[in-house]
Design a binder for this molecule. Structure first.
Ligand code: URA
Ligand code: SF4
Length: 256
């Protein structure tokens, strides 16, 4: 079996074959009458102009229709921005896929890159404590994700082009989860989710709109580890988030 056939079979197994075909080249038109009987796989090989050596990223439009399984497979193979070069593992996100709460951080650090799970290092311990403080825990009505799924070198902030390349994945995760409330952890998460620049201090304490979903902003746990006095402000933010969620749930109850 050729590499191409093997790749085709693997993608079909993962349910994302059509997405790849879409981008495989303009020559792939399965409906076209063919003069000799060839299998779809052989036809694809014959017509593929120059088989890509590395996976091609799905377009944002493709990503918008993916289910969880295909979305995870797509991220695992993604090379849409330069961050893929330095990663060990992609960090897709973790938690309850029907959670009311979505917490969004910036991007994986060294521990997350090694383990493939968000917020598992020191900042993650603090996040777990913050969740526990408001009676939440990862996996139970909470989902945790990041703006970028691959580790920025040296833990620098993701650049705008990297955040933009990765945004269709988070957007699709949000569509699939349909959280009631998003909590942006830090400025990078906040400005990328809101699509505008602003300071954390100007964004704290308000309910913002993220594509129709209420969003509140608090400090990033890694910042809180360095700046202990602001922990009290983060506690205020969490209390505000709980009150906001209660309001949303009673609105929901009243509407039904
Ligand atoms: N910081 C983040 O923003 N995300 C992680 O997953 C870990 C640390
Ligand atoms: Fe793809 Fe996002 Fe990783 Fe960039 S950071 S390679 S867009 S998954």
């Amino acid at each position: 079996m050729s590499d191409n056939q093997r790749r085709e079979e693997m993608l079909r197994e993962m349910g994302i074959s059509p997405i790849w075909r879409l981008r495989a080249g303009p020559g792939v038109t399965v409906e076209e009458p063919v003069s000799e009987p060839v299998t779809a796989a052989r036809k694809l090989i014959a017509e593929e102009p120059s088989p890509p050596t590395a996976p091609v990223a799905a377009t944002p439009a493709d990503v918008a229709s993916l289910d969880w399984t295909s979305l995870k497979a797509c991220v695992a193979d993604c090379t849409a921005c330069a961050l893929h070069k330095g990663r060990n593992k992609t960090v897709f996100g973790v938690g309850d896929e029907r959670a009311n709460w979505l917490f969004v951080g910036e991007g994986p650090g060294a521990d997350e890159d090694a383990q493939g799970e968000p917020f598992v290092g020191q900042a993650g311990k603090l996040l777990d404590n913050m969740l526990a403080a408001i009676n939440l825990k990862r996996d139970a009505n909470v989902y945790i994700a990041n703006i970028v799924k691959c580790r920025p070198p040296g833990n620098r902030n993701p650049q705008p082009d990297e955040a933009a390349a990765c945004s269709p994945y988070l957007k699709r995760q949000i569509e699939l989860i349909r959280p009631k409330l998003i909590v942006a952890l830090g400025k990078v998460a906040a400005v990328n989710l809101l699509g505008r620049d602003a300071s954390i201090s100007s964004l704290r304490g308000g309910v913002h709109d993220c594509g129709g979903i209420p969003l509140i902003v608090t400090y990033h746990p890694a910042y809180l580890l360095r700046t202990l006095p602001d922990k009290a402000k983060a506690w205020e933010d969490l209390c505000f988030a709980v009150t906001t969620m209660r309001g949303l749930q009673s609105e929901h109850a009243a509407a039904n």
